[in-house]
Structures are given as C-alpha cells and as structure tokens.
Design a protein around this ligand. Structure first.
Ligand SMILES: O=P(O)(O)OC[C@H]1O[C@H](O[C@H]2O[C@H](CO)[C@@H](O)[C@H](O)[C@H]2O)[C@H](O)[C@@H](O)[C@@H]1O
Length: 382
C-alpha cells in the first residue's frame, strides 16, 4: 500500500481481513537444517566499497537512524507547535482509514473471531512496555501483567521478543505463557501435539516448574560467533558516549538512543567495520538500535508458525492467530498471517507507518485495553 495514496483512500468497506478457507490453512515447513557458521567462513570477505559509494550507503543508514523511533523529548517539542500537532493528528487519523484501530473495530474483530479459537502472540518492547532510554528499565506495569495473565488463562499466548528469552521472562514473569527470545531463535514451547518427525530438532526439557517443554534453538551453532562479535562490537563502540550493548543470546543489540546525533555516523561505521569479518551475520535496524544476528532463514514469522504447530493449532481452520507488535521485526509475523489469510497483525504505533498489519493501536496503554476487551468478550461469550 502506498501511504500517500492510502491517506486519501475513502475505501473502508473492503478492509476486512479475508480469512482462509479450510483448503488454504497455513502449512508450516521447518527447514530440516540450517547453514552452519562454518559454511560462511569460506565466503569471500566483502570488499569495502570505494569511498563515495560507501558514503551514500552510510547516508541511507544515517537517515534511517535519525528517523527511527524519535525520543519523547522530540515528540514533546513537536507538540508545542499547535499547527504541527494538528497536522500530525490529521495524518494519524487518515492513516487509520487503512489501519483501523483495534479498539474502535473491536466488534468487527469479535465477529471475525466468532467461535474460532484465538491464539495470541505479543511482542515485548514498545508493545507491553513503553519505550524508555535505558533498556534495563523497560518494565511492564502490574496492570499490564494482570491483563496478559488474564488473556493467557483464556487463549494460548506467547511472547515473541528480540530480547534473550531469560530477560523477557524476567520482565513478564508469568508462567502461563510461552516464550520466544532472540527474535524467535530461542523458543520454549509446549511439547508438540503433532508428530515430531518432520525434521525439527527440539530438545525436550523441563521449565522452572518441572513442566515438560520443548526447546527450539535453530541458531545454537552460532553461539560462539555471537559471543565473539558481542565482545568486538563492545570494544569498538566503547568510546562513543551513550552507545550501549545488549547480549540477547543469539543476537546482539547495539543501542544508540542515548548517543548524540552527530555521533550516529560513527556508530554505523564502527558496527559495519566489525561485521565485515562476519559474512554469516547480518545487521538489521530497530528502534534506535542495530541488531546483529545469524543469517539463518528464521524470524518472528517462522516462530509464530512453529508455535502454532507445537500447540496443535496449525491444521485447523477454526483458529484465529493475532499478533501484536510495534517494530520492523514484527512485520515478518504480520506477513505470515497476512499471506496465510488466517489471522492478522496489529501494529502498535503512534505515527503513520507502512505495515503488513491489519489493525493498529497507538501505544502499550491501548494494547492493555485491547487485551482487557478480548478477555471480557471471551468471558461473556462462553
Ligand atoms: O522484539 P522486541 O521485544 O520489541 O525487542 C526489540 C528490541 O527491544 C529493546 O530495545 C527497544 O526498547 C528499549 C527499551 O524501551 C529502548 O531503549 C530501545 O531504544 C529500543 O530499541 C531491546 O533492548 C533490544 O535488545 C531489542 O532488540
């Protein structure tokens, strides 16, 4: 969808997600094996681009870095100017023509759900907790925890986060859920209800409460490489004021939210320079953060498919998966749901954005309200 064209689109009537006919249900195919890091080691090292082109590439990244997830300080400054704030408001309202609010469309959503079984997938940062300057302080409120606990008692619910699984569990602290950390590369899910014979290598384990679980870690071979690159990246950005590293087990985050804009370029160059030696790792960009991860064909979308199958919900047409997330990496999950015509994504954003989600919510406060509405609807309809 073209955002500009979309803004003027009067078409609301046909925006409903088309849900799959029984024949079109999502089929999950896990790659039987992933490329091992060893295979990448023989890959020819990337030849650095000549000065000018390299500069253009960096400028592209730089624009992205500046535009991504403006701090609250900047939003407040914008809000001081009434005209500008009215414009933003109008843009947002126009945008919701194409991405209707999941709150105001709740009746439509509950009609879609009908008697289907819901499966809920929730991102963490920016979805269940507000974006804050220090990633260690991204706590979830008690009210939000209660809302998540409530929906999890009614529908299978999973958290799918870029953080390490342990870290996100510490934040959420609910045993009723399933957790996928490292952008889905570290899943602790239910013991599979379907057959184990399609090549998926899971480790049978027990959780903190002795419950049997399946551990799926498709990037486990990359762990030594990730540990090494974490050290090198840390070393390379340590003199940049405000740069912060985060070890997310199978991925590494380099945060620049607290870095002065003049130093953004430095962050980008330092990170790219380290990655020149790691053709098996790739760089993605989130909300004022660079994320380094293995090049394997696995993401939050695959994690959703994997969990649906583990829950025994993949084959049946009476299941409605809903994914709520705010970041670029959540788009992989939105795409999977859209492509399979089964469920839909809800984008959490207070600014207009292109997305494969179907509905929108402004911020974590609205996410909490939506979760409460879902729980209330389920309880009064049974
Ligand atoms: O998939 P998610 O759960 O959304 O994780 C993505 C990244 O989230 C965290 O960073 C973001 O939130 C921080 C706390 O609000 C904020 O300071 C940072 O600027 C955001 O990018 C997390 O710290 C990262 O490691 C995750 O990759």
């Amino acid at each position: 969808m073209d955002l500009k064209t979309g803004l003027n689109s009067p078409v609301i009537a046909d925006h409903l997600p088309t849900l799959a006919s029984p024949a079109a249900v999502m089929t999950f195919t896990t790659p039987t094996s992933f490329p091992s890091p060893g295979l990448c080691l023989n890959t020819t090292k990337k030849i650095p681009l000549p000065g000018k082109i390299e500069e253009v590439r960096a400028t592209g990244w730089l624009d992205l870095m500046k535009a991504s997830s403006p701090t609250r300080k900047r939003q407040t400054k914008d809000a001081i100017c009434d005209t500008q704030s009215d414009d933003l408001d109008l843009q947002y309202r126009n945008w919701t023509v194409n991405y209707p609010s999941a709150l105001t469309s709740f009746e439509e959503i509950s009609d879609l759900a009908g008697n289907k079984r819901l499966a809920l997938f929730l991102d963490y940062d920016g979805t269940l907790s507000p974006i804050v300057d220090n990633p260690e302080n991204a706590l979830m409120s008690d009210e939000m925890r209660a809302a998540v606990r409530h929906v999890a008692s009614l529908f299978p619910t999973a958290i799918i986060s870029g953080r390490s699984r342990d870290k996100v569990f510490d934040f959420v602290n609910l045993n009723e859920l399933y957790y996928a950390g490292s952008h889905g590369m570290d899943i602790m899910g239910p013991v599979r209800k379907t057959t184990d014979s399609n090549g998926v290598e899971c480790i049978r384990s027990t959780d903190a409460h002795g419950k049997e679980v399946n551990l799926f870690q498709p990037a486990s071979e990359f762990l030594p490489m990730i540990t090494e690159v974490y050290e090198k990246l840390g070393e390379s950005v340590k003199d940049i004021d405000g740069a912060r590293m985060e070890d997310n087990k199978f991925c590494v985050s380099v945060h620049y939210r607290n870095v002065a804009e003049d130093d953004y370029k430095k962050v980008f160059h330092r990170v790219s320079a380290v990655l020149e030696d790691y053709p098996c790792l790739r760089l993605t960009h989130g909300r004022k953060v660079f994320e380094v991860r293995p090049v394997i064909d696995w993401n939050k979308g695959k994690a959703v498919e994997f969990l649906l199958e583990s829950l025994g919900l993949n084959e049946s047409e009476d299941v409605l998966p809903i994914y709520v997330g705010d970041d670029r990496t959540d788009e992989d999950a939105f795409k999977v749901l859209k492509a399979s015509n089964r469920g839909f994504g809800i984008l959490v954003s207070s600014i207009p954005k292109e997305s494969d989600a179907f509905y929108s919510l402004r911020d974590p406060a609205e996410v909490m309200e939506f979760l409460r509405m879902l729980a209330a609807w389920k309880e009064q309809s049974t």
